[in-house]
Design a protein around this ligand. Structure first.
Ligand code: 2AL
Length: 174
């Protein structure tokens, strides 16, 4: 998709907005649906602020629900080709589509341990990581206290959303 400016965003009707921004938060189009009603937006930062405020205002069950909408890194959906386009691109960018069998197995084991401990999948902004760092970070976060880990994981959701929004708006990626 071509980059767009904020006037274009502000002119979108509900359906168009949800089509374009529905996957800023992975598989959570409801968040884009809610953000639309806050328009007009003054700029990308303002738009982003509304996505993040919605996440922050959710009860813990809703925040965990957002995490559960994320596919595992290098998991079954990647093998089966059923990832969203954004997730596919992020996982490929981190080198997770070209792991060898040992690396895939190690990640699958760590992902399973993480899910068993916290009750939601491990989430990390893959575009800011790489195939060596992902298992290292997973092994580290596996030992964090649950309340801290929920905060960390939601921070990663926001990093992913920031990069996806920046792509759509054609902004510098900071
Ligand atoms: C993902 C994903 O789909 N894209 C990304 O950056 N991270 N998933 C995950 N479990 O962290």
């Amino acid at each position: 998709m071509q980059a767009m400016d904020i006037e274009k965003v502000n002119s979108m009707d509900f359906g168009e907005f949800v089509d374009v921004f529905g996957n800023v938060i992975e598989r959570c189009p409801l968040i884009a649906a809610a953000v639309w009603s806050q328009s007009p937006f003054s700029n990308l930062e303002d738009l982003e602020k509304h996505f993040f405020a919605f996440i922050d205002a959710l009860p813990q069950s809703g925040q965990e629900g957002i995490l559960r909408c994320h596919p595992d890194l290098a998991g079954r959906e990647l093998q089966q080709g059923t990832l969203t386009a954004e997730s596919q691109r992020e996982q490929r960018g981190a080198g997770l589509t070209s792991l060898n069998a040992d690396e895939r197995l190690r990640l699958a084991e760590l992902n399973a341990q993480y899910r068993a401990r916290f009750g939601f999948p491990f989430v990390l902004a893959a575009r800011l990581s790489d195939r060596a760092a992902v298992p290292r970070e997973l092994a580290r976060r596996l030992h964090c206290p649950p309340a801290q880990e929920l905060r960390t994981a939601l921070g990663e959701v926001k990093k992913i959303g920031h990069l996806r929004l920046a792509d759509l708006l054609g902004a510098e990626q900071t």
